[in-house]
Design a protein around this ligand. Sequence first.
Ligand code: HEC
Length: 205
Amino acid sequence: MIRSTVRLTATLAIAAGLVSCSNDSGLNAAREGAVRAEGAAAAQALMTTLQANLVASMEEGGPVQAIEFCASRALVLTDSVSESLGDGISIKRVSERHRNPENAPDASEIEAIRHFNAALADDGVLPGDWVQETAAGELRYYRPLTIAPPCLNCHGNPESMDPRVLEALDVIYPDDQATGYEAGDLRGLIRVSVSEERVSQAIGG
Ligand code: HEC
């Protein structure tokens, strides 16, 4: 019994390995690994920066001030994290239900959002990331952003949100689509584009 479980596990692991070799990104394993390594580092750098700034701003002046902070600084910080990582890395946050129109997804980003949602619907688990080669040949890494309880201050059900927060949002984002989420929901993605030069450098070619 134990042995057959082990064998089954090994078979599944091999099958999973084969799937990831001819991964749906269509990239070979080394290139996909390089995009993943570069992308994961960049996504982590952005998350750390945005979270630290959001927390500091919330502590200093509460959610209304933090909204103004996000509105004026989130994109600037995103660009400066991209720049700090050197040539060949470009980072963006995207959501189908976006607040800031600058964060609207392009066709390949919509495909990525669907990929995560489909995986979540199929096995109830959100994949940790995804690597994509777009039709135009761009290499992209995606990391999902999910809603945690503190996010509900500004992305939750409007009926339970602070009216001052709703008012501040309405002034800056009259077409806001980014409320009505619950903890655990997929809120959006971090997208990291990685240039061919970065990939070859990472592989050592
Ligand atoms: C203080 C209010 C506030 C909190 C708390 C907050 N956000 Fe936001 N969020 C905003 C504002 C304002 C924007 C639009 C400006 C920007 O960041 O580009 C935004 C934008 C975003 C975007 C970019 C897509 C879009 O809709 O424009 C994502 C993704 C996002 N938030 C996720 C989160 C997550 C995940 C959390 C919790 C960890 C969170 N937010 C907490 C106010 C907030």
